[in-house]
Design a protein around this ligand. Structure first.
Ligand code: ADP
Ligand code: MG
Length: 317
């Protein structure tokens, strides 16, 4: 199969919202009046971000999901994507499943694949995504204000727990693994939440590297600190059952790959956020507050600070 047959068969779909999609030297895209483009790329490398024998359907899903998550964290509505892909060979069974996983998620979010690049090489997947947001409503990392409440969507640490199981660092039974594996293999980007947070949240980030690391980026960009209540963190029943044993707490605080949103909003918006949670059928949990200073303190139920140094991302990895 030639490169062009491959592109036509697996990566060419109708792109009604683009002026020009796959097949020319570049795509042509018209941004809606009053909006600016939010643009982001995320690369998934075999051996680093996924196992070489990963299920191709789920890999197609995740390749796009991690990019949609960046749009969500910006409050942007994802519209178009490009896909640069290096493949060791033209394995049609693999391509069939990969593209099915990719387009199933793309269709759900009405995102159109408008171009890309295809080359032979070690498996490597890079999506660039283009979304639209009113410039003044983009959810920048730098917007957190002292007194804001800190919130997080969904639950924390399930993806890291599933990964720890696969790496033999913890033992889950089949039911437990089945409960947390979707967080690792098929994360659900919080696009609808990102849109709902426009004009409500001051600041947002998606949790790809763990709560502490990603919240830390937000805090330094905003020149503020945070105080979190460990007992308030949204933790699934499976992770809760393993919390007292390493790497349980590390999963919750520093586990990557969750793709939930962490955001801050004025306390006056608290009730509104609970309404958004109900409307989206997505748990939103108030986990702490923004304070003057820098860095993050996590305290336990008794109010004593946890030693989060030993729970840090680098050590965990
Ligand atoms: P060029 O030689 O200009 O780089 P290519 O031959 O690489 O063009 O690509 C031909 C067309 O197919 C272009 O429109 C490009 O955007 C598109 N394309 C290439 N690879 C992919 C892919 N993996 N997914 C979607 N579109 C692709
Ligand atoms: Mg090319």
């Amino acid at each position: 199969m030639s490169e062009f047959d491959l592109i036509r068969r697996y990566f060419t779909r109708a792109t009604p919202s683009a002026l020009l999609g796959v097949g020319d030297d570049a795509a042509l895209l018209q941004v809606s009046d009053g909006y600016v483009l939010a643009v982001s790329s995320d690369m998934l490398v075999s051996g680093t971000h996924f196992f070489a024998d990963a299920d191709p359907f789920m890999l197609g899903h995740k390749t796009l999901a991690v990019n949609l998550s960046d749009m969500a964290a910006m409050g942007a509505n994802p519209r178009w994507a490009t896909l640069a892909i290096a493949l060791p060979d033209a394995n049609e069974a693999w391509l069939e499943k990969f593209s099915a996983g990719f387009f199933a998620l793309a269709d759900r979010h009405r995102v159109e694949l408008v171009g890309g690049d295809t080359t032979r090489g070690p498996l490597n997947l890079c999506v660039t995504i283009f979304g639209e947001v009113p410039a003044q409503q983009a959810l920048r990392r730098s917007g957190a204000k002292i007194g804001d409440e800190v919130w997080v969507s969904g639950t924390l640490g399930d993806a890291a727990l599933a990964l720890a199981h696969l790496q033999g660092r913890i033992q889950l039974n089949a039911v437990e693994y089945a409960a947390c594996a979707p967080a690792l293999h098929q994360p659900q980007p919080r696009v609808a939440l990102g849109l709902a947070l426009r004009g409500v949240a001051n600041c947002a980030i998606d949790i790809s590297d763990g709560l502490l690391a990603d919240l830390g980026h937000m805090l330094s960009a905003s020149c503020v600190g945070a105080r979190l209540d460990f007992s308030a963190l949204p933790i699934s029943p499976v992770l809760r059952a393993h919390l007292q044993q390493p790497p349980g707490m590390q999963c919750a605080l520093s586990g990557g790959d969750d793709y939930e949103l962490c955001f801050t909003a004025p306390a006056a918006r608290h009730a509104e956020l609970l309404d958004i949670a109900a409307r989206l059928n997505l748990p939103l949990t108030f986990i702490g507050e923004i304070v003057a200073g820098s860095g993050c303190i996590v305290h336990d139920a008794a109010g004593d600070p946890l030693n989060i140094e030993i729970l840090g991302y680098d050590h965990f990895r």
